[in-house]
Design a protein around this ligand. Structure first.
Ligand SMILES: [Zn+2]
Length: 302
């Protein structure tokens, strides 16, 4: 038995249940979340591996690929491709999502308008399309939803020591560096900045990785309500609001829906009563497919 096998057996004996689907399924694999490909030089943070059943581990490969590529987009410091892996990631994305890159490219007039709004003047010899932000097609929204749900559950598992329940509720608000360019800040982080929480250093071999991924967790003492604020380099960030008690967060969303006929700035990642999960029996899990169809992020594409 090799060292990797021994390590896996030991890890899974200490963590016998899947962290991502409510803690009922037996964990058979170790899942890295965030995905390893997101990190430069294959240096991902220690302690971000989780027990997962095969469905939860293997079911998100394409989304992992997309968020890994997205997280490396760095228009400010151009640190996203220090290890030269970006082209390979893009090739893999192009294979799994044919036509996606065309959808990301704004038309010349869209780019001109956007750059005017953002105050971007293309440098000499660059077109507006080359200088401005890329569009974020629906595929990214879905991928970020699936990734955020997984990461929030992983961080919850680390903190609480048990799997996030299937009847709990998770809501997401996410944003990209285009929002940062427009507003000079990430509005959601700004709104939440007074919230106390723990923002741990993320390390591998003593090396800080917070420039690629960092988060702050605010969680109630009895661990039934939490907020994860996460940021991925200079590319994107999100806040996930979670409650293990069914109905707590749903009430706010239902109020928003009544007032405005929409969900506000939230995507429903998991809920027994909201969105695609409506009417499901208690304890039923929102499937990946439901998230893929039901994830509706209310924000304009950038
Ligand atoms: Zn699972």
């Amino acid at each position: 038995m090799g060292a990797a096998t021994r390590y896996r057996k030991k890890f899974l004996s200490e963590h016998p249940k899947c962290a991502f689907c409510g803690g009922n399924a037996d964990a058979k694999t170790i899942e890295h979340c965030p995905p390893r490909a997101m990190f430069q030089f294959r240096e991902w943070p220690e302690g971000f591996e989780f027990p997962a059943c095969e469905n939860c581990n293997l079911g998100t490969d394409n989304e992992d690929l997309l968020v890994a590529m997205l997280a490396r987009i760095d228009p400010f410091e151009e640190k996203g491709d220090k290890d030269g892996k970006q082209v390979g990631l893009m090739r893999a994305v192009n294979k799994q999502f044919p036509g996606l890159f065309e959808k990301m490219m704004p038309t010349a007039s869209e780019a001109r308008r956007q750059n005017r709004e953002l105050g971007i003047t293309p440098k000499d010899g660059r077109t507006h399309q080359e200088a401005g932000p890329l569009k974020v097609p629906e595929e990214f929204h879905r991928a970020v939803c699936i990734f955020a749900r997984k990461l929030a559950k992983g961080i919850f598992y680390r903190e609480a020591g048990f799997s996030f329940p299937n009847d709990g509720c998770l809501l997401l608000n996410w944003f990209t560096n285009a929002d940062f360019m427009r507003d000079g800040k990430y509005t959601v982080f700004d709104l939440l900045k007074e919230l106390s929480g723990d923002a741990p250093p993320l390390l591998r071999g003593g090396k800080f990785l917070n420039d690629q991924f960092e988060y702050k967790l605010s969680i109630s003492p009895n661990k039934n309500v939490f907020v994860v604020q996460a940021r991925f380099g200079n590319a994107f960030g999100f806040a996930v609001f979670g409650s293990t008690t069914p109905g707590t967060l749903e009430t706010s969303i239902e109020r928003l829906r009544e007032q405005s006929q929409r969900d506000g700035p939230f995507a429903v990642l998991q809920s027994l009563t909201l969105g695609e999960a409506r009417g499901k029996p208690s304890g039923a899990e929102t499937s990946l497919e439901e998230i893929r169809q039901g994830c509706r992020v209310r924000q304009p594409p950038v």
